[in-house]
Design a protein. Structure first.
Length: 235
């Protein structure tokens, strides 16, 4: 498994000293090279030093993810955003998704804002041992056998709920998210879709070839919404 997936963690304490220009330029270059889950959805990733609604998480820098609103845009943002999270960790930089952060200013020309991410030099241990992950067992979130499923188990999710399910089927992985209840349904619909994109990013990192699309013959999963199927070139 990808070494960073095995040891990354969400960092909540930061050294507030800004990163140097060369490091930020590397971050901007990586932003330009993120890969989309859906190539027809426009999105943007901006670096800023100010946001609102942080719930106590202060960092020297933040990413602001914006996107046009089309089918799949939330999964797409989760997919591209987790690429940045893994890149930060591989570069010795901490990061953390921020579900309630908001832009500090109103740019009327920008795409609609979706979600934020804090990043900077960590003021706590940057990595963790595999035994330190607090995750559901693989049997609780999946069925069938596919070595890539462990990478989905280690993926971060909103309040660590892991409201997803995966069915491995002869090289394919059918992907589902849990139907939220009526209370806070809108919020968990949003984060459930972003979380699915995050998990798909981990699958892509573990795949020699990767594509994702809905299939008409995918099995149903009671209490869950079918999101799509991961396929390799051979399936």
């Amino acid at each position: 498994m990808n070494e960073i997936i095995r040891k990354r963690k969400s960092v909540r304490k930061y050294n507030l000293t800004p990163l140097n220009k060369d490091t930020l330029d590397k971050m901007r270059a990586r932003i330009e090279n993120t890969k989309s889950l859906y190539h027809d959805i426009r999105y943007s990733i901006d670096i800023t030093s100010k946001t609102k609604g942080l719930m106590g998480i202060k960092a020297p820098h933040y990413l602001l993810f914006r996107s046009e609103k089309k089918d799949g845009f939330l999964e797409n943002i989760g997919f591209v955003g987790q690429q940045m999270a893994l890149f930060f960790s591989a570069s010795g930089i901490g990061s953390c998704w921020l579900g309630v952060a908001k832009p500090d200013d109103k740019d009327t020309n920008a795409l609609p804002y979706v979600i934020g991410m804090a990043f900077g030099k960590s003021a706590e241990p940057l990595y963790r041992e595999l035994s330190e992950f607090k995750r559901k067992p693989l049997s609780a979130i999946s069925e069938g056998t596919d070595k890539r499923l462990e990478a989905t188990r280690l993926a971060p999710s909103a309040v660590n709920m892991q409201n997803w399910y995966f069915i491995a089927d002869n090289g394919k992985i059918h992907c589902y998210r849990k139907k939220p209840g009526p209370l806070l349904g809108f919020m968990f619909n949003k984060f459930g879709c972003i979380d699915m994109g995050i998990a798909l990013c981990h699958i892509a990192e573990e795949s020699d070839a990767f594509s994702f699309a809905k299939e008409t013959a995918a099995p149903e999963r009671k209490g869950y919404v079918y999101m799509g199927t991961v396929k390799s070139a051979a399936t």
